[in-house]
Design a binder for this molecule. Structure first.
Ligand code: PMP
Ligand code: GLN
Length: 380
């Protein structure tokens, strides 16, 4: 039997590869982004209780209404904006499924989708498999600032979607208010949809404010916002997230969502709805992770790595050009195999695998793990 791949150039994700390599070589795994500490017992108890009390059959297609109400309340409290829980919020199997579903619902053959590189790796394959064309705009280390004039030049009648991500994985940079205003201005008067991937909205440092697309009237009316409870509540393995958008956009989203997942696991949704009743559960996250970032940075201060600014997310990018000029993928592999510390090379997220000699380290780890990791990095 013969078949022609729909994604001929796509390989297994770097996260899967590096975590597997870390496991094989018994290395400290700061590659794939997940915490190595437990989720709050209160949340786990809520989920257990939900299972014991019978939340074990299909949830409603758009998500448990209690959870959608809690999400709507969060938008209202945090951003003073409203999304209707019945028609403008859908609970998804992680942000990944939301992103895939948004792209599938709107991108047709030959449509153009603008993304910024380095880009999180699930955007481009979803565009390709739906026949769309990725228009990549490369951002440059160390600032990863967007040249909005260039974006303006790339927009044309074929532009269907622009995907933005703040706080940004993998660089750890965040958009300013001005970035969002520029995006708003460029898309004004067009039919362009914005996918604003905000999975790290609650992990932002140094008193910076998260610039959600919902804060800008002209963006809110054309945007999907995607979010992930896995990032916020330390349970990436539960794969529960959500997205919100104005009703007309969400109606189209649901046409696809109902056939690629139908609904998301019910007891987790009930547990998360109960847990969201206490806003401190997410409001305290920035301080928690800023302490981890600062601990990690202070521990590696005397190493030969140079830290790029991490303004949000739980990732720290380190420049290793003082150490070697090896290709970043090769260096990341060698660090894992020889030095027992795993990271993510950024070139895999760049246009034409541009290699800026930087690696991403995940600091969502216990202090003990960060100390062990730093003691290795200090010897390199
Ligand atoms: N977007 C970004 C920027 C991410 O880093 C991730 C991975 N955590 C996702 C989307 C996917 O989130 P989830 O694990 O909820 O599918
Ligand atoms: N978002 C995680 C990261 O950036 C990885 C998720 C995955 O493995 N698909 O590391």
């Amino acid at each position: 039997m013969q078949h022609i791949s729909k994604l001929p150039t796509v390989e297994t994700t770097i996260f899967t590869k590096m975590s597997a390599l870390a496991n094989t070589h018994n290395a400290i795994n700061l590659s794939q982004g997940f915490p190595n500490f437990k989720s709050d017992k209160t949340l786990v108890d809520f989920v257990n209780k939900a299972m014991q009390s019978g939340y074990n059959q299909y949830a409603p297609m758009s998500g448990s209404i209690e959870l959608r109400d809690a999400i709507a309340a969060k938008f209202s409290d945090l951003y003073n904006t409203s999304y209707h829980p019945e028609s403008e919020i859908t609970v998804t199997a992680g942000a990944t499924q939301a992103i895939y579903t948004i792209i599938s619902a709107f991108v047709r053959a030959e449509d153009e989708v603008i993304i910024f590189k380095p880009a999180y790796d699930c955007y481009e394959p979803a565009i390709t498999i739906n026949g769309g064309k990725t228009i990549a705009i490369q951002l440059e280390a160390p600032s990863y600032a967007v040249d909005w004039e260039l974006v303006k030049q790339k927009v044309n009648a074929k532009t269907k979607l622009v995907i933005v991500n703040t706080p940004h994985n993998p660089s750890g940079t965040v958009f300013s208010e001005n970035d969002m205003l520029q995006l708003q201005q460029i898309t004004e008067g067009t039919d362009i949809i914005v996918l604003s991937d905000e999975v790290y909205e609650h992990i932002i440092f140094d008193n910076k404010q998260h610039q959600s697309a919902c804060l800008f009237k002209g963006l809110k009316e054309r945007s999907f916002i995607t979010a992930s409870f896995g990032k916020t509540f330390h349970n990436t393995g539960w794969k529960v997230g959500y997205c919100c958008a104005p009703k007309a956009l969400m109606d189209e989203f649901k046409k696809v969502h109902q056939f690629n997942v139908f609904s998301v696991n019910h007891p987790m949704q009930k547990g998360l709805a109960d847990y969201l009743q206490t806003p401190n559960h997410y409001l305290e996250l920035s301080v928690f992770y800023q302490e981890k970032r600062d601990l990690f940075l202070s521990l590696i201060e005397s190493s030969r790595f140079n830290a790029l600014p991490s303004q949000g997310t739980y990732f720290q990018v380190l420049d290793y050009s003082n150490i070697t000029d090896e290709y970043d993928v090769a260096f990341a592999e060698r660090l894992t195999i020889e030095h027992k510390i795993a990271s993510i090379p950024l070139s895999v997220f760049n246009d034409n695998n541009l290699d800026n000699k930087v690696l991403r380290f995940c600091f969502a780890k216990t202090d003990e793990t960060l100390k062990q990791a730093a003691s290795i990095l200090n010897t390199i």
